[in-house]
Design a protein around this ligand. Structure first.
Ligand SMILES: [Zn+2]
Ligand SMILES: [Zn+2]
Length: 454
């Protein structure tokens, strides 16, 4: 069979599968001259016949159009054939299912065997990066060349707000890939919708009311004295003092005590310096609290992706003693096992079983990250974490490194049992994390109820 006839069959097959409608086109590199390619004249793909197939040079000039109209976007084909000597066939289409992926930055992933080629990578392209104010169509060689560069060595490229272009070493494979790219996009969107259950899990440890101690009896260092007092006031319905039926309370607590709380970056310093080198003595005082690096920088809260590492389910950790600290190797093993990659802006948590004799260390955060992990966290751009282990020589070492050196927020005292249970049930280790600290001027931290939404 001739390439021309193969292109007729390709067009009709693509139309049959809804990958191309009135628009879209398939082409094949000439088997006689690699500097030429074949593609139909400007006609609806479903109507293409052998007589409609024209020959083009790689600058996308038709060789013998004889007055017949040609596709505006022929430059997609010519420029890719120039850039990719291995490519023998190309399909450009506007299939609907891929558009959401082309617009959002959500990566296409191969979710069934017929679309394994997606695993080679399907980059995105935005015509705005090549030309401002275009009509979205690849209507000249310069735009085609820019698109070919975005395609690189990959099997397909998504075009923002437009569609996709798929390449292969033969027409049948380019057609097959185009059909399965569309099918995969549809199935992946369905899977993502199923996986989002809206399940909300609190990471807050229940507040225990503990009377305020007499600080003079302690070591004079108020840090670590956990107390939470609440005094109630209520006015009966017929209270002669006024305020009938009104109830209120006054609460007093040590913010860095036993409750789940968010540490401000001004909470710890190293050698007299806070994060970004602000001198402690000029920045924090007992009169004003923190004048910089306070939680008032977080007026819109923390809304980001959370990732849970469950050491109790990490296969490669099976031989470890229960409650062992977590190292960078463990996190990377978990990334492979869970199919996730810790990235910039993420909040990272670890769930572990208690080490023998450390049962009181805080439910769900037993073990914690080894102190050596903090440089790994910074390299990946982690923005929030919890449960980093201090060291015997300095029981503030974790806070100093995380807050003062790296500028990463610490969620102290989270309770992760329900989070781990929910993640395991849904087989999903990433979630939306929301932390909304009140903006108390000068405060070094805030009691919070962090929420994970799956
Ligand atoms: Zn197009
Ligand atoms: Zn704290």
């Amino acid at each position: 069979m001739s390439l021309e006839l193969d292109l007729v069959i390709a067009s009709r097959t693509l139309a049959e599968h809804g990958v191309i409608d009135a628009y879209g086109h398939a082409s094949a590199r000439s088997d006689r001259n690699p500097q030429r390619y074949f593609m139909a004249r400007n006609v609806a793909p479903e109507l293409v016949t052998k007589a409609d197939i024209l020959e083009y040079d790689l600058d996308s000039n038709p060789i013998d159009a004889d007055g017949r109209a040609v596709y505006n976007e022929r430059f997609i084909h010519g420029e890719i054939y120039k850039a990719r000597p291995d490519v023998m066939a190309i399909v450009h289409n506007h299939s609907h299912a891929v558009i959401p992926f082309a617009c959002t930055g959500v990566a296409l992933q191969p979710i069934f065997h017929m679309s394994a080629f997606i695993g080679l990578g399907v980059p995105g392209w935005d015509i705005r990066d090549a030309q401002k104010g275009s009509d979205m169509l690849v209507r000249n060689a310069q735009l085609g060349e820019h698109l070919a560069r975005a395609l690189g060595k990959h099997p397909a490229v998504l075009m923002r707000g437009h569609g996709s272009t798929v390449v292969a070493e033969s027409i049948p494979r380019a057609v097959g890939r185009s059909v399965y790219l569309d099918v995969n996009a549809r199935m992946q969107q369905q899977a993502m919708a199923l996986a989002k259950t809206g399940t909300v899990v609190s990471l807050e440890r229940r507040v225990a009311l503990v009377p305020k101690p007499d600080e003079t009896k302690a070591d004079g260092k108020p840090h670590g004295i956990a107390f939470y007092e609440i005094r109630f006031k209520t006015f009966p319905a017929d209270d002669p003092r006024g305020n009938p039926g009104f109830s209120s309370d006054v609460q007093e607590f040590h913010v860095h005590g036993g409750m789940t709380h968010l540490d401000a970056l001004c909470h710890e310093s190293i050698d007299g310096k806070l994060y970004n080198g602000f001198p402690l003595k000029d920045t924090v005082s007992e009169e004003t609290g923190c004048t910089k690096l306070g939680l008032d920088n977080l007026g819109d809260g923390i809304v980001t992706r959370g990732i849970l590492i469950d050491m109790t389910r990490l296969k490669s950790a099976a031989a470890r003693a229960p409650g062992s600290p977590v190292y960078a190797d463990d996190i990377e093993a978990w990334e492979r096992q869970a199919g996730l990659k810790v990235s910039s802006g993420d909040a990272l948590f670890v769930y572990n079983t208690p080490a023998p004799g450390r049962a009181g260390a805080g439910p769900g955060v037993n073990g914690g990250f080894d102190l050596s992990v903090v440089t790994w966290l910074k390299a990946r751009g982690v923005a929030v974490t919890s449960g980093v282990r201090a060291i015997a020589e300095d029981n503030h070492a974790d806070h100093k490194l995380v807050l003062a050196t790296l500028g990463v927020y610490l969620l102290d005292g989270v309770q992760l049992d329900r989070l781990a249970e929910t993640a395991a049930r849904l087989n999903r280790w990433e979630f939306l994390l929301i932390v909304a600290p009140p903006q108390v001027p000068g405060s070094t931290g805030a009691i919070v109820n962090p929420l994970a939404i799956f």
